[in-house]
Design a protein around this ligand. Structure first.
Ligand SMILES: [Zn+2]
Length: 168
């Protein structure tokens, strides 16, 4: 789910600006700015460019990577806003088929309203649906038609039942 960043490249005693952090980690500058503004990455913001201490960056990434490794319940998604596993709001989520075996489960965090998603196996879908209401979005026909005629029927029924307005 979350991208793994090369934390080991961060030098604890070095001070980086946003651009350097982005280069070092191979991520977008906006990502770093978002970390600072919303995710609690400590930075010196009193003047530009903002400066980030290596030790703060390392701690931030370390925590982030440990926490995203938390084992989620099947019907829970990890909320990046709350930094916690959350049940989708109203016990409702959407499922969009992405490959013959997997799809994306999307829901809103019931605490902060952030959009959450995670990749789930289609074989887990029934177990998830035992816990929350899942609306199956129409998958691209190319993916569904791959030697699995049984699933086609299921998806058609679901789409007709839940979301008549969904067209792709
Ligand atoms: Zn949240």
């Amino acid at each position: 789910m979350a991208k793994k960043f090369p934390v080991q490249r961060v030098k604890v005693h070095h001070v980086y600006d946003v651009w350097e952090v982005a280069q070092l980690l191979g991520c977008h500058k906006q990502t770093v700015i978002r970390w600072i503004n919303f995710k609690g990455l400590a930075a010196e913001k009193s003047r530009k460019p903002w400066l980030i201490e290596g030790k703060d960056l390392k701690a931030f990434l370390g925590v982030r990577q440990t926490k995203t490794a938390v084992k989620l319940a099947l019907h829970h998604c990890y909320c990046l806003g709350c930094k916690s596993p959350r049940e989708p709001d109203g016990k409702m989520a959407d499922y969009t088929q992405q490959t013959p075996e997997t799809g994306r489960l999307t829901g809103l965090c019931h605490e902060c309203g952030s959009l959450m998603h995670k990749v789930v196996r289609r074989t887990d879908l029934e177990a998830i649906r035992a816990k929350i209401e899942v609306t199956v979005q129409q998958a691209s026909p190319r993916l569904v038609s791959l030697n699995d005629p049984g699933s086609k029927v299921t998806f058609k029924q679901e789409v007709g039942h839940h979301a008549k307005t969904q067209h792709k």
